[in-house]
Ligand binder design. Structure first.
Ligand SMILES: Cc1cc2nc3c(=O)[nH]c(=O)nc-3n(C[C@H](O)[C@H](O)[C@H](O)COP(=O)(O)O)c2cc1C
Length: 408
């Protein structure tokens, strides 16, 4: 990869970010034409079995909120400024008091390890090599312990509070034992949103992949080989930790009954009391909820509608961001996600009050397209776009980005 774009790489991502899972530099031809996230998406669509690619793409029900996330971001227009000396630019910032090479972190993605064998480990390595945080999801294929053993720096862990509070507590303890540097508590999945494509593809409870999906998988030998070599294809954080539940079918049934509609602010208090580190509350889309979140002792909130996968018909994340940031931005760190596919989008979110952004599908496409090198490419694409966008809007550092970079 270093050979691919001579002289243009950020020092943060040279080296291991551009090595594949076997530790080799990928062939220049593999990723050299990937100039935008859409390129990675197209390759991922080719390489990843249809059911799993569809799972990553989909939104809930009619996809109204999924589409609004993108459409509303694109409506935010940047202000072109000229004759400002922008020769010295810096994309680094602080996220939760720690320095980050970019104002982005990788979002938690359930069963991300089905986009590519050992996917969570690969994504975490790419994030760390790029100098940004990575979030491992409760519903990951690789377990907390798998990832901790495979990387050198702490990562964030995302928690779903299950009905079985003993299990939830054990996840928190395992995250603490693995020295996770933040706990991301997802609060917008008290019941599961429905994605039509998943049901049609057999990604239901219990899973029942259709013959057509199995045939489709057989047409992706690279994916199959990597999955077999990776040796991980179940819910890594759950398997072996719930008595009497073995096998993907039993585990998925157990999990489906574990999402808890009783989840409430008292549970957040409880999590706060058992988690000693930084807490991020993810899935806030309402000013009232944001204000309640400031009273919990959490370090940050993520303004998010779960990438349009939960309440269909909800407002886009970006349309709620300014109101929420205005209401609570001085009391709690405001993060943002939903629809980010470019550095321009990161700039838009920062200008509207976010201090940093999570990216979801943008890196998942990279993972499906090229494993660790693909995630590194996704991060590098966004870094370069952000850097160029900063130059063309006349800003040199992340903390200079505010409403003034937008057409009001
Ligand atoms: C395939 C997929 C799986 C996801 N799984 C989780 C999850 O397990 N936990 C969670 O908190 N959010 C999950 N999310 C939501 C993301 O963390 C994030 O909020 C969302 O992807 C942001 O939108 P974007 O994909 O448009 O960037 C998932 C999103 C996708 C696309």
């Amino acid at each position: 990869m270093n050979e691919m774009i001579p002289g243009q790489l950020d020092p943060h991502i040279q080296g291991s970010a551009f090595r594949n899972e076997a530790g080799e530099s990928p062939k220049p031809s593999t990723m050299k034409n990937m100039t935008c996230i859409e390129d990675l998406r197209r390759v991922a669509r080719r390489k990843v079995p249809r059911a799993f690619f569809g799972y990553a793409e989909a939104g809930s029900y009619s996809g109204e909120t999924l589409r609004a996330n993108r459409a509303d971001l694109e409506r935010v227009k940047l202000r072109q400024r000229v004759l400002v000396d922008v020769s010295a630019r810096n994309t680094s910032t602080m996220i939760l008091g720690e320095s980050s090479a970019l104002p982005i972190a990788l979002a938690p993605i359930g069963i991300g390890g089905l986009q590519r064998g050992n996917g969570e480990i690969l994504a975490c390595r790419a994030a760390h090599a790029a100098g940004i945080p990575y979030t491992l999801g409760t519903m990951a294929i690789c377990s907390i312990e798998d990832v901790a053993a495979a990387v050198e720096k702490p990562f964030w862990f995302q928690l779903y509070v299950m009905r079985d509070r003993g299990f939830a507590r054990s996840l928190v303890e395992r995250a603490a034992a693995a020295k996770c540097s933040a706990l991301v508590l997802t609060v917008d999945l008290q019941v599961l949103g429905q994605r039509h494509a998943d049901i049609k593809n057999g990604l239901s409870v219990p899973p029942s992949l259709k013959i057509k999906n199995l045939i489709n998988m057989a047409t992706k030998p690279g994916w199959v080989c990597r999955m077999l070599a990776g040796k991980r294809w179940t819910f890594g954080n759950v398997a072996g930790h719930v008595t009497g539940k073995e096998g993907v079918k039993a585990l998925s049934e157990w999990i489906a009954h574990q999402f808890d509609p009783t989840l409430n602010w008292k549970d957040v208090e409880w999590i706060r009391s058992i988690w000693p580190g930084k807490l991020i509350i993810k899935g806030i889309l309402d000013v009232e909820d944001a204000k309640l979140a400031t009273k919990t002792g959490a370090a940050a909130i993520v303004v998010s509608n779960h990438g349009g996968r939960q309440l269909d018909g909800a407002m886009s994340s970006v349309s709620m961001l300014p109101r929420i940031a205005e209401a609570v931005g001085s009391e709690i760190e405001v993060m943002f996600d939903g629809g980010i596919r470019s550095g321009q989008d990161v700039m838009r979110a920062l200008a509207l009050g976010a201090r940093s952004c999570l990216i979801g599908r943008a890196y998942i496409y990279g993972l499906g397209a090229g494993g660790q090198a693909g995630v590194a490419t996704a991060i590098e694409i966004i870094r370069k776009e952000l850097d160029i966008t900063m130059a063309l809007t006349g800003v040199r550092s992340i903390n200079e980005i505010d409403r003034s970079v937008l057409i009001s």
